[in-house]
Design a binder for this molecule. Structure first.
Ligand SMILES: CCCCCCCCCCCC(=O)SCCNC(=O)CCNC(=O)[C@H](O)C(C)(C)COP(=O)(O)OP(=O)(O)OC[C@H]1O[C@@H](n2cnc3c(N)ncnc32)[C@H](O)[C@@H]1OP(=O)(O)O
Length: 224
């Protein structure tokens, strides 16, 4: 597994200009697809209109599919240190289901994001699916570990759902608590306007192969 993961950390040598060009090309596509996902849930169009829309979607799939990659996106980086995990399920720029947009880091090491969770993230009626909250926390806590210089894989994520999380605007944040050997302990929460809804503690463990390359992992800026 170690080797297969490292194989997906690829130096692809793209210029910064090419990365910017790809962001400008594929970012808006992801946004369109995200809106489509919500429309598939919410449209009241009748059967004829749905059939007509599906013909357009089939045409789009044909255009987009004629030149494509296979398999996961992995993590790609270039000489200037920009790295992209654009397939990441929580934050990937090219992943239409990824709920996290911009990630922020404060001088004190707090990592946070303000997110809008629309109806496609529903679990209990009108409220955020518990697994989606865990997804957000896994990502933000992992980023807090990494950005504090202690990157690791999630060993344990303990999640406590204190009250229901309404769909809509949520705030997610995390901070490194302490480090013991290869283990980084991180705490964080999901909050709505009224306060904390979900709190979590994560233990992020640096596998031996990651420790050996720690400098390159820890020095990477936040993904884009
Ligand atoms: C470019 C930037 C990229 C950044 C890097 C990527 C960050 C990704 C962040 C995204 C978050 C994810 O979704 S990650 C995906 C979900 N997670 C995974 O798939 C992880 C799968 N599990 C594993 O790969 C492994 O079990 C590890 C790496 C977690 C641990 O394996 P290991 O390294 O062999 O651990 P081992 O030697 O046995 O134990 C080391 C110490 O940790 C403790 N320990 C072992 N397992 C656990 C555990 N699950 N929970 C708590 N503690 C544990 C042991 O007691 C020991 O403590 P002591 O005796 O030393 O006290």
């Amino acid at each position: 597994m170690t080797d297969s993961m490292l194989e997906l950390y690829v130096h692809d040598g793209l210029s910064d200009e090419e990365i910017d060009r790809q962001k400008a090309t594929y970012g808006p596509l992801t946004k369109d697809v995200r809106e489509l996902i919500q429309l598939a849930l919410q449209t009241r169009a009748d059967a004829d209109d749905v059939a007509r829309a599906r013909e357009h979607l089939a045409a789009a799939r044909e255009i987009l599919g004629c030149d494509r990659e296979d398999g996961p996106y992995g993590t790609r980086f270039n000489d200037s240190g920009r790295f992209r995990n654009w397939g990441n399920a929580a934050i990937g720029l090219r992943n239409a289901i990824a709920p996290i947009g911009e990630l922020h880091e404060d001088a004190d090491g707090r990592v946070w994001a303000d997110i809008h969770l629309g109806p496609i993230y529903e679990g209990p009626a009108g409220h955020v699916h518990g697994g989606v909250s865990a997804l957000l926390l896994d990502q933000i806590l992992g980023d807090a570990a990494r950005l504090s210089g202690h990157p690791g894989m999630t060993g344990t994520l303990t999640v406590r759902y204190r009250k229901r999380t309404p769909l809509g605007a949520v705030h997610v944040e995390a901070k490194l608590d302490r480090v013991e050997g290869r283990k980084a302990f991180v705490v964080g929460h999901v909050a709505d306007a009224e306060g904390i809804c979900v709190e979590a503690e994560g233990i992020f463990i640096a596998p031996v192969w990651m420790v050996e390359q720690r400098d390159s992992f820890a020095e990477t800026p936040r993904p884009e």
